[in-house]
Ligand binder design. Sequence first.
Ligand SMILES: Cc1ncc(COP(=O)(O)O)c(C=O)c1O
Length: 368
Amino acid sequence: MHPWIADRTTTFDASGIRRVFDLAAKLKDPINLSIGQPDFDVPTEVQDAAIEAIRSGKNAYSPTQGIAPLRAALKAEIAAKYPHEDRDVFVSSGTSGGLMLAMMAMVNPGDEVIYLDPYFVMYPALLKMCGGVPVPIDSYPDFQLDPDKIETAITPRTKMILVNSPGNPTGVTATEEQLEAVAKIAAKHNIALLSDEIYSQFCYDGPYASPAKHNDQTIVIDGFSKSHAMTGWRVGYVHGPSEIIATMLKIQQYSFVCSPQPAQWGALRAMEVNLSGHIDDYRQKRDLIAGELADYYEFTRPGGAFYLFAKAPIDSGERFVEQAIEKGLLIIPGKIFSDKDSHFRISFAAPNETLHKGIEVLKQLAKS
Ligand SMILES: Cc1ncc(COP(=O)(O)O)c(C=O)c1O
């Protein structure tokens, strides 16, 4: 290893994902069901608002906490949902930026953080960067948020519970009762509760539920990346207790500085866009893929996001993905999101034609 590289970077690696990218690069015209972003484009009015911002000279740093109109609009929306006295909000550099600041602001070396396995890849990496200790809770085979399992994992070193519903990579959506129970456990033990709500708009079977409704200290991270297909724009937001928000802002001031200003003007316009057409469309994609694969694979029907996490028909998810790639289908091994190598992730954020092609390959592979 190069002598200049810091120890903290050696506690996690990116080789799993790199391997998938390497395999993908060999495919000429893959049936791509691996992508973690919508297949629709940024709404035209949002594009126009960002272009107008650039043309009218809104290109400088914004205030650390975000442009005033976006922050005010977010504050009003959040206050209507959660009328908590001490809830403040700021604009982050994507949800990832918010996650990183949350960890930096709250996790001390040696602090334990509880979350479900399978998990979003960034969680253990970010935690380890802060010296935190990941405590993944096995949620196989149904990927449900089990409040009893969470409570059992609590130790005197537990600092935070991190929930993600609808979840990446499973698409499983926690029930209001499960979230309420976890919210109360966090309050009872005086543990931070961080809720990654990036897929909050993608709920197919009922209204969105947040633990913030049941615990006024919940720190919520959400953003525009997935809902408005703005992954490259880097606009997210965080709301929670004002002192935590102020601490996160202090770190943002000396790191990310701000979310890109023109993108924030786009996000302000995005708040007025009706997404119901896209959500209906994605519900149909969910119905299509879950319906077609039900007799071929074992999985929990996703209630949200745009992922389906299925059990491989052979004993290694990674080897199964290699077989799929040989047939031109790009999917992701579950191992990237988990301590186990039994599953694979399909993203149904793809045109229906691609979905149909992918389904055919998966049906063939299940039989072979
Ligand atoms: C669960 C989860 N959280 C956060 C993110 C990061 O989103 P952003 O583009 O807002 O940083 C993703 C992206 O895939 C995600 O799946």
